[in-house]
Design a protein around this ligand. Structure first.
Ligand SMILES: [Zn+2]
Length: 158
């Protein structure tokens, strides 16, 4: 995937704002995040970086203010903590029971040769007490093989 052009001027044409107010058009404005999204029929959200009319950048996202900063050291620590864990048994044996356990919490879509893309659902566990700033997710694949990912925790608000 290529990156959005962060040099582009901000959109000032108001097209996205107008479209987001049309209930029949699947573009919504998330006021909390200050982001425009395309919303799919199964509630998937796609973040819009550029105006579809003028090509200008959409407003600056507040995502960074809403999620905690995970330091490089903390990522490194979590990577070390989880690096020797290769199977579901290792994970639960070492980390204990997860805080969340979704039978199909993670899905991955990949092209298969020249055929149609293949989407696979994975069981996903989340551990939220391993770090003050990050949640640790474990996707469990074939033969109980595990893959780790880390996401910043939301900032607590009142
Ligand atoms: Zn625009």
């Amino acid at each position: 995937m290529s990156k959005p052009n962060f040099e582009a001027p901000r959109c000032e044409c108001g097209t996205l704002e107008a479209l987001s107010k049309e209930p029949s058009i699947p573009i919504v404005f998330d006021a909390e995040l200050n982001e425009y999204h395309i919303v799919g029929t199964a509630q998937q959200q796609v973040l819009i970086y550029h105006c579809i009319f003028c090509g200008g950048q959409t407003p600056a996202s507040r995502r960074d203010e809403l999620f905690m900063h995970v330091t490089r050291e903390e990522f490194e620590r979590l990577r070390k903590t989880t690096s020797g864990l290769n199977t579901l048994e290792d994970v639960v044996g070492t980390l204990g029971p997860p805080d969340f356990d979704h039978p199909a919490g993670f899905s991955s879509t990949e092209p298969v040769g020249l055929g149609p893309r293949r989407t696979t659902d994975f069981r996903q566990m989340t551990f939220s007490s391993l770090s003050d700033t990050a949640n640790v997710h474990v996707a469990i694949g074939l033969n109980d093989k595990v893959q780790f990912s880390f996401t910043p925790k939301p900032v607590a608000r009142d």
